[in-house]
Design a protein. Sequence first.
Length: 143
Amino acid sequence: MVDRVQRGRGLTSRVGYPSSSDEYPHADVTVLEVAAVHEFGAPNANIPMRSHVRTAYDNNLEALKERAADAWGHVVDGTSMPELEIARLGEAHANDIKQMIQQGPFEPLSPETIARKGSTVPLIDTAQMLQSVTHVEDDREPV
């Protein structure tokens, strides 16, 4: 048990767009750059903030804490390994972000944007940003 817990102390999961350097279609920007513009907004370009990463985290923080406590319980009682549990936590939170992208709520699109993309749905056009949400597990030195 001590060995499993010690291995788990240094594990982390980065969730969101941790390795998204793919080019966004029809633009000279990456998916990460597009996601950041939407996350924080770009007032000079008349793009409102449509926070999906931070809001998903804030809205699901208590559930994330419960998931983490359950995960540690499985590691301690020997029914799971820390590497598996951190990956499960990352996947669950990535799904939280995807659900936020799909359901919002977000400020409505401008009439010009609706006309250009042919849809009233914010944050989803080609679905590349949605499909790019992922998690990456890291092994760091325990503190």
